[in-house]
Design a protein around this ligand. Sequence first.
Ligand SMILES: O=C(O)c1ccccc1N[C@@H]1O[C@H](COP(=O)(O)O)[C@@H](O)[C@H]1O
Length: 213
Amino acid sequence: MSCKVKICGLKNREDARTAIEAGADYLGCVFFPPSPRHVEPQNAAEVFDMIGDADVLRVGLFVDPSDDQLMEVLNHVRLDIIQLHGHETPSRVEEVRLNFGLPVMKALPIETAQDVEAARAYDKVADRLLFDAKPPKGATRPGGNAIAFDWNLLTDTSWDSPWMLAGGLNVENVKDAIAQSGCKAVDVSSGVEAEKGVKSPELIEKFIAAVKG
Ligand SMILES: O=C(O)c1ccccc1N[C@@H]1O[C@H](COP(=O)(O)O)[C@@H](O)[C@H]1O
């Protein structure tokens, strides 16, 4: 089975169509106002509408959301997965799953072997895990910073929950990232952009081809 791909930070229909036609397995929209990739719920609904009957999952990315924020988005947008990319505790992850009846993918910041061990508190609690690089000091967002971590930290690790690799992936490094980490799914945002917050159709196509080719 080939490695799955999530294209995150989509803001318009055209980029969504490119990702779907190129073979993306997940599309992601960011609901975090400080991000250059933030979209309003109505806009996200238009992005996800491009999926139609295709076998592609809709992922909503949130950072320490309140139930009110989640409700506001879910009133307008059908999601298949809620991605929590902030400092949510294991009990908050359980609460979100329970309150909204949707699978939760918990993003976990990795820099050292200790960070990998700390992530185990979320294994089985979250439906899926997403390993991303720890953001640099002073960063204005906890992800989407085009920073990679040492993929070998994940080599031969074993998890009950399915997991994805993220953080600084791009057309040049994604094959090595898959080989070293042993991941079965990758997530990219910055690496398929022409400039911050602006996706490049050409890079989306090249990235997916590099993963699946
Ligand atoms: O993309 C963002 O702006 C963002 C904001 C807040 C939290 C996470 C964010 N992005 C996610 O971070 C990882 C890695 O992204 P990158 O490829 O290094 O840019 C990925 O899951 C993004 O969706």
